[in-house]
Design a protein around this ligand. Sequence first.
Ligand code: GLN
Length: 243
Amino acid sequence: MNLKILWMYHDLMDLYGDKGNAEVLRRRAEKRGIEVQLDTCTIGEEKNIDEYDLFFLGGGADKEQNLIFADLLQRKQSIQTAMDHKTAFLLICGGYQLFGQYYKDQDGNVIEGLKFFDYYTVAGNRDERCIGNIAVETTMDGKTFKAVGFENHGGQTKNVSTPFAKVLSGHGNEMHSGFEGFMNEQVLATYMHGPLLPKNPDIADAILKRALKKRYGEVTLEPLDDTIEYQAQNVMLERLQCK
Ligand code: GLN
């Protein structure tokens, strides 16, 4: 069994350690004897997205989103084909925003999104940013669990049909929305940086299973010793009084 991960715009869309998500997925797969091919793709590079099991796109400031969106839009059909063939997607913050209708940035520029989903994002005024540690509760693979992360976004994402999680502490999609991210069977799109996966092994393994499902169907992953991961998560849950 092997796993092919495509890490998009690795050199531009990588805020608050988002690159760590790729490393966590690689290590957790390799610990189970799954060979991992981790490729990057940035502006102007050619990649057949459908060859990959997981499409990973991190977060970025408005400047980087303005730099990449034209190149990303040119890949719409390639991404659609991959989506049709059950590729899994992990989208963080700015990456999350660009899969919706549009992102209207702090200066009022409208950055066109891929329009795969109905949600859209409008940045609040400059002092209205969603910043800080965040704790949520979600359900993936039939398991309900808590997760922690860090958010820093001006964008307020609206019209989210199926949120990823319920906010326990912090902001999420909007300053006071009570919900965080977007999720469907293939796509996990979230504002949670940190990076997201090191302190949230349940999410990491759920993403691995979604990616492996494309070519291998439902797989069972042998449990790993996540003592340290959960210790780190518990420190944040206690700090946020969400234990
Ligand atoms: N630039 C976007 C915003 O401010 C996304 C930020 C991010 O990726 N952390 O909402």
